[in-house]
Design a protein around this ligand. Sequence first.
Ligand SMILES: *Cc1c(COP(=O)(O)O)cnc(C)c1O
Length: 384
Amino acid sequence: MQFIDLKTQQQAIKPELDRRIAAVLAHGQYIMGPEVAELEQVLASFVGVKHCITVASGTEALLIALMALGIGLGDEVITSPFTFAASVEVIALLGARPVFVDVEPHTGNIDARLIAERINDRTRAIMPISLYGQLADMEAINALAADHGRIPVIEDGAQSFGALRHGRRSCGMSTVGCTSFFPSKPLGCYGDGGALFTDDDQLAQAAREIRVHGQSKRYLHTRIGVGGRMDTLQCAIVLAKWPRFAWELEQRHALGARYTQQLAELAHAAVVNSDEVGHPLGGLRSLALAPGNRSVYAQYTVLTPRRDHVREELNHAGIPTAVHYPIPLNEQPAYRQFGAEAETPVAHWLAEHVMSLPMSPDLSQDEQQRVVEHLSEALAMVTA
Ligand SMILES: *Cc1c(COP(=O)(O)O)cnc(C)c1O
């Protein structure tokens, strides 16, 4: 069994892949070819925003979003420490300071109630991460940002493309939304790729210029930029996957719901209460789906007692698992300078207990059944 099965998908879309790749080879416009604009139109309309700007990766999308907002030396960006390093490295690279706010124990997303006390006159952006495929409390975050003089909100939607919150799409609920087409993300290409989404014309124009070395036209560099384009072939790969994506989202939703239901039958409770943080876990828990959310389950993640032992048992049984993330960023050597571990006890606690199970649209019900059975056995073994 694979942690993420991309082979079945490839077989299913092979004719369309071949057709799309052949078209690029035939026209030969490997950089900024027609597939780039085609993909941008398709994705902007799906997300429900005016502008989509494809870029070289999810990391580049975040970097360009911060640059387009003019964020730099001495500025502060509020974000979560419980994420992939890319979310935070781009802030630090620009000379700005990541300000770490703790996460919710039941979702792992930034705790909107803790943001206000960290806002000051250096705050230039709030960057919630849509962890594992589910959006944070965007309504509360947007309201806070509006109340404090329209602070821009940047959604790191690298794991959540296609997710919904109260009927609105990930990447379309904030000043700017960023996603990644890394192969294992919910919508992936066959290399690196990413995109920014915004309704703001000026921000879109800035992002378009920054991705081509700050050029407003050829050899006129009006701002400092980067080499940040997504290549035509990678855009063609995403276009080849696009007709199947709606079905894949349905599959993700159904598989996620099935895991939740079956695991709840194994465990004593399905939801983590905040007062349990810091105490030993009594049993296995799925992370919760917050009200109004439709997750894309980039990862299906549970909290388990004796996590490393359970993983070992599952590994013996041929069930691959992963840990996203074993160490919060404010406890990492490179980022400790920006915040103390003690400020984010929930992130620390989650990092000790999270475990992600095999998940992809092509995971079969039989495979899922095997995961649940082996997990049940592993739990019985390590807690005996
Ligand atoms: C994957 C990921 C990124 C970076 O995307 P790349 O395309 O790999 O650069 C950023 N943030 C989060 C939360 C991610 O999961």
